[in-house]
Design a protein around this ligand. Structure first.
Ligand code: 6PG
Length: 242
């Protein structure tokens, strides 16, 4: 694992650095594999980044967009991660629907939807069950309880190691989420974390010893690159340690 922590002066600087990093991954991926694949995170922190990506002139026909987690609501629901990313980015650029791969939330049971998305991913990446394909970039956020994607503390989703997608549980509300082994298969994982309220969780995530089921972001140990991009409010303690 190649781990890097950067503390940026403020949120606009954080967004600019994340944009720069993502843009630097697109051309090499297209050169090597003919396409660039990225999984998006939800929540509030990445929205200005998606708005910034929408201003770029990019080879949209070679870019494929997935989601790393989703709230189990309809695509037009205000809590939908898909809706947020479409409004902030995808609806503003010439990307075809066949390059947009939202998590399905229309199955009677979330577990059925998890299987459906897993099969979609296996078909897209041409892998067999049990294999973990590598996304070029997997974007993540972190909650102030140190959850990431929809891998919440002390939930069953943390124990799923043989699937790509499973069902998350936030206070009894179902979510769909990538499993941590699938996230860890990515070529580049980028955490985007902003705000003072995230400091205590970050201290536990970066601590030499702490329980991963209590602080799930500790489970993110990718084979490839791991970037922790923090704004000053979140990362001031980390900045001191460096
Ligand atoms: C979600 C996310 C989740 C998010 C964190 C941080 O669907 O909610 O994917 O993991 O990244 O909750 O959210 P904020 O950026 O809003 O603090």
């Amino acid at each position: 694992m190649n781990k890097k922590i950067e503390v940026l002066s403020d949120k606009p600087a954080l967004v600019n650095r994340a944009l720069e990093l993502i843009l630097s991954k697109i051309e090499p991926a297209i050169q090597e594999r003919g396409q660039f694949t990225i999984a998006l995170s939800g929540g509030s922190t990445p929205k200005p980044l998606y708005e910034a990506i929408a201003t770029q002139k990019l080879p949209w026909d070679k870019i494929h967009v997935f989601w790393g987690d989703e709230r189990y609501v309809s695509p037009d629901h205000q809590d939908s991660n898909q809706l947020m990313a479409r409004r902030a980015w995808l609806d503003k650029v010439e990307i075809s629907e066949s390059n947009i791969h939202p998590m399905p939330t229309d199955a009677a049971e979330p577990s059925q939807a998890a299987v459906k998305y897993e099969e979609h991913l296996q078909k897209f990446f041409q892998v067999s069950p049990g294999e973990f394909p590598a996304l070029d970039v997997n974007l993540l956020g972190m909650g102030d309880d140190a959850h990431t994607a929809s891998l919440f503390p002390h939930t069953e989703a943390l124990n799923v190691k043989d699937r790509l997608v499973t069902v998350g549980n936030k206070d009894g509300n179902s979510r769909l989420t990538f499993t941590y082994p699938f996230i860890n298969a990515a070529r580049c994982v980028i955490f985007l974390v902003a705000g003072e309220n995230k400091k205590p969780a970050l201290a536990q995530v970066f601590a030499p010893q702490a329980d991963s089921s209590t602080y799930p972001s500790r489970l993110i140990q990718p084979q490839g690159e791991l970037w922790w991009l923090l704004d000053q409010a979140a990362g001031s303690e980390v900045a001191h340690q460096k």
